[in-house]
Design a protein around this ligand. Structure first.
Ligand SMILES: C[S@@+](CC[C@H](N)C(=O)[O-])C[C@H]1O[C@@H](n2cnc3c(N)ncnc32)[C@H](O)[C@@H]1O
Length: 197
């Protein structure tokens, strides 16, 4: 039975947009370029899906388990006057069974910390990537939660759930990837970008 990963509900837009004031810049920083095909895994309300769809001119699939998130993400994409090739309302671990075509780039942002079987999920991502594809995980740094303040309140997953870049590297490499680079995303995040080994 599919269930939401722990501590992965969509944050309220007020503080999310303060923490991520320029989602377009983030996509550029992690190496997403026009012409690529992309999967936005666990897309949420479309905060990154809209800019992504515009950047890759609709060569994007977006997946979330929560149908309400899919509806919000659709509205966000429409607001950007962009399009998405495939919307998928399903558990992320089933992505290989749902996606129509392999992609150049898989992005999972602000969700990996809650995945109970991260090696299993990385294996599923492998199945949907083209041979020269990239897998990017945007995660909270393992700073104490009380130090990751936005709009006057501590934000993000519980401290003990946060993964260091090194622990992400260990689990994703166990699924047949190798780390390409780490991109720091101040104030509280990093992106770990992998290619197939
Ligand atoms: C914290 S939000 C992040 C959304 C977006 N990636 C962002 O950074 O703005 C995590 C999203 O993952 C979705 N999610 C949680 N568990 C999931 C699962 N098992 N399969 C697919 N989506 C899931 C939630 O519904 C939520 O929309």
């Amino acid at each position: 039975m599919a269930a939401l990963f722990q501590s992965t509900s969509m944050p309220d837009r007020d503080w999310w947009s303060v923490l991520w004031p320029d989602p377009d810049a983030l996509l550029w920083q992690v190496g997403i370029r026009p012409g690529m095909s992309v999967l936005d895994l666990c897309c949420g309300d479309g905060y990154f899906t809209g800019p992504l769809a515009a950047l890759v001119d609709g060569r994007i699939a977006a997946l979330d388990l929560d149908p309400d998130m899919i509806e919000l993400a659709k509205a966000e994409v429409q607001r950007r006057d962009a399009s998405v090739r495939q919307w998928i309302c399903a558990d992320a671990t089933c992505v290989a069974e749902c996606l129509d075509e392999a992609v150049d780039y898989v992005l999972i942002a602000n969700t990996f910390h809650g995945v109970p079987d991260p090696i299993g999920l990385a294996h599923s991502v492998r199945e949907v990537l083209r041979p020269d594809g990239l897998f990017c995980i945007v995660n909270w740094h393992p700073y104490p939660r009380e130090e990751t303040m936005v709009l006057g309140k501590p934000r993000g997953p519980r401290t003990e759930m946060r993964m260091s870049p090194e622990s992400v590297r260990r689990v994703v490499e166990a699924a047949g990837f190798c780390l390409l680079r780490i991109v720091d995303l101040p104030p509280y995040h990093y992106a770990a970008i992998f290619q197939l080994a």
